[in-house]
Design a binder for this molecule. Structure first.
Ligand code: IMP
Ligand code: MG
Length: 176
């Protein structure tokens, strides 16, 4: 049942259509390469599962987990890698899969970090580019949706660990 404080902005059908498109573009770009898809837990877990099934070239996949010290819901840029990849990145074409790029601090830290580990290339695929609070002008190689503002939940995205299992992406409105 849909909660009153949630307003769907990307439904399950639109998600699948866009992810199929991303999968086609990524498949063309990575033909003949040594693709390692590296998902950022937990937010990207559902996106990652759909994305890898839309990519038609051979790939390996792995997950990492980060935490960032920040005030409230914004990150500070002080990133801790809580869980590192289990696969050696040397010679791999790494595609980082993030749920949301907000300030850009997390993804920029990850690009810098993994660029120094012998990878052949490091690129970014983000489900959502949220322009509202961008601090660093990060380049997102593959972007699902640009959403100008608001706090988003569902399809892996959470607010205090709630709402991740919802099939659509919704704006979470503050309760009255
Ligand atoms: P950044 O370092 O500010 O770009 O942080 C991005 C991270 O903050 C994302 O990976 C999300 O985990 C979280 N985040 C930012 N905005 C939202 C949102 O609207 N909903 C849920 N999580 C968000
Ligand atoms: Mg995240």
């Amino acid at each position: 049942m849909q909660e009153k404080n949630l307003k769907i902005i990307v439904d399950a059908g639109a998600l699948q259509i866009r992810i199929k498109e991303l999968g086609q573009i990524i498949s063309e770009d990575y033909a003949g390469k040594n693709l390692l898809v590296l998902g950022v837990l937990k937010g990207a877990f559902i996106f990652m599962a759909d994305l890898v099934r839309a990519i038609e070239v051979p790939l390996a996949l792995d997950f990492i987990q980060v935490s960032s010290y920040g005030k409230g819901s914004s990150s500070s840029g002080e990133i801790i890698l809580k869980s590192a990849p289990t696969i050696d990145l040397a010679g791999r074409d790494v595609l980082l899969v993030e749920d949301i790029v907000d300030s850009g601090l997390t993804i920029q830290w990850l690009i810098n970090h993994f660029s120094c580990q012998g990878a052949n290339s490091v690129k970014v695929c983000a489900l959502i580019d949220k322009g509202e609070r961008r601090v660093l002008p990060v380049h997102i190689d593959y972007c699902g949706f640009y959403i100008a503002q608001g706090f988003l939940v569902g399809y892996g995205l959470d607010m205090n660990e709630q709402y991740r299992s919802l099939p659509a992406i919704s704006h979470l409105r503050p309760s009255p």
